[in-house]
Write a protein of this length. Structure first.
Length: 112
């Protein structure tokens, strides 16, 4: 039961599993899982039931599919964008810095 509860997100806390949450809804869901297991349902059947009822969001690790692609790819895309922006800014700074402090440029022609 604990392993199944560790795979489901608390819909109240959202950043905890129902195994770790003390919210009333999490307690209700844990009790529901116990009852389903007592009826002989498999982990897969329970997970399918919870996903059908609450959507992929209830899964702590949602499956990769078109509707959840942004959840999986989003952090990587944001990181790549941040690194690209940092690279461009540093290159421009380096280029402007080299032009501004060129010792061979007469003072009259130096950028201000």
């Amino acid at each position: 039961m604990r392993a199944m509860a560790a795979e489901l997100r608390c819909l109240v806390c959202q950043n905890q599993t129902i195994a770790d949450s003390h919210a009333g809804l999490a307690e209700d869901l844990r009790q529901q899982i116990r009852e389903m297991l007592a009826k002989g349902m498999s982990d897969r059947q329970i997970m399918d039931y919870m996903t059908e009822r609450y959507g992929d969001f209830v899964r702590y690790r949602p499956p990769f599919k078109a509707s959840t692609a942004l959840l999986w790819a989003g952090p990587g895309v944001l990181m790549a964008g941040a690194l690209a922006t940092l690279f461009v800014v540093l290159r421009r700074r380096q280029k402007l810095g080299a032009e501004a402090f060129d010792p061979d440029t007469p003072e009259e022609e130096a950028p201000r």
